[in-house]
Design a binder for this molecule. Sequence first.
Ligand code: SF4
Ligand code: SF4
Ligand code: SF4
Ligand code: FES
Length: 519
Amino acid sequence: MVQITINGKQIEVPEGTTVLRAAEMAGIHIPKLCDHKELTPYGGCRLCIVEVQGVRVPMASCTLPVNNGMVVNTETEALKKSRKFVLSMLFSERNHFCPFCQVSGGDCELQNAAYDEEMTHWPIQPGWNNFVVDTSHPYFVLDNNRCILCRRCVRACAEMAGNFTLSVAERGAKSMIVADTDVPLGESTCIKCGSCVQVCPTGAIIDRTAAYQMHDKDLTEVKSICNGCSVGCSIKLMVRDNRIIRIEGDWDGSVNRGVLCETGRYNAANETRKRVTTPMIKKSGKLEPVSWEEALKAVSTKLSPLASDKDGIAAIASTRLSAETLTAFKDLFSRNQLVTSLEEGMPSASVMKFAEKQGAFEGKLEVLRTADTVMCIGANVGTTHMVAGFMFKRNMPKGTRVINIDPQEDALDDVASLSLKNKPGSDLALILGLQAIIVKEGLERRPMSIADVDARIDEAVRVTGISIDKLTQVARMLANSITPVILYGKGITGQRNESLVEELYKLAVLVGAVDSERA
Ligand code: SF4
Ligand code: SF4
Ligand code: SF4
Ligand code: FES
């Protein structure tokens, strides 16, 4: 721990903490713009400057690590003057005519900072670079005229979504946020996660649907969980008059830490169909709203005569329902013996059977954040469970390797270190082949005996259609990793083959992807 004094207050913080975070921990406010708690410090706006005893010039507190015995001041007259100057420069650089801006009046961090610093006017005449407003994206508008070049959006795109679409083009006053090689956002590699919208501190990136529909202070915030997939991201519904205005990722959500995918952020908010709020019964060929009493009576009248007929009722429930609802559903149809057999959800049945034998064996999503190699097999994670994909995609520039094995096309194919298209139905042979290569090369972390290693490898090459070189590459990548993770999905579980899950588990044991800490 490190001792530091801020504004006369002594505090103790972990080594490596920045002065800005240390101040926040102590409840001391330092104005800031480019800093964001979920993003790597950048130090671009200079609004967070502080005075450090013994240092000649003010320092940006968001990039300054604490030192033992450091004495910091955040509220001197000189600092206030400098902050006003920083804000004047930011305002003068672009078009900040607040009355015409969507976020003006409480939702703009730049305007709020100006009020806090008691700015009354622009002391510097604005420059008039005229940037083209990019309206090509279906969900948001990018207006570089209101950009302060804080790069939060660029960092969010890379560090949260792992997508690296946004960057800064040009130099100096002409600097602007662009997508890919300066193509319209709507034609870019953007995957519509909306992370850039959520972090932008000004009116430079605005949500098309939510724009001009009230300030945040007038919206009710309702915390919930996205039911778009099994990742279960925490969301905040911003609601007005019982209507969703927009959806934000919950920064406090332990699973997603603020990031969402297109489904979670935009689907519900852009839903145009009317919500059915009462039960309906078809009367004279037309659906009519009825009371719950009438609806339940109608259902029971229809179902009761069929209760004694074992083939009389087929009951189907969506896997998107809550566990409680599915349990009640199962109780209704099995305990009351309205139906005699229940078909478990197809994808999960083989996993459940293996888990009954093996005990809990799957790891937590959290391990994806620290994995150095991720092998996705039949997971389609770049399309169906995007936020899980973000957790490791974002680490690829730091060396994380991604292997995607799937006969189907997946968004992950474009970025994976290795993408293998095995023949449909050949996953078992592929997994057995990988085990055999690892054993043959002596790379296994736990002993495993395989009767005829070479025959197994030949079989894998023949059945999968993947060359021995590629299979060996995958086996070595996995086996030589320190923190490997194997991610499987419906492509595996949907085959309803328990031994497929079991052999995948054995492969995970072989390469050290299953141990007491990471399981
Ligand atoms: S981005 Fe903020 S400061 Fe700029 S015009 Fe909009 S409200 Fe005003
Ligand atoms: S929506 Fe997501 S992927 Fe698209 S530019 Fe913004 S952060 Fe990047
Ligand atoms: S678009 Fe917004 S988040 Fe991106 S650099 Fe400009 S002001 Fe910052
Ligand atoms: S918040 Fe520190 S430089 Fe921008």
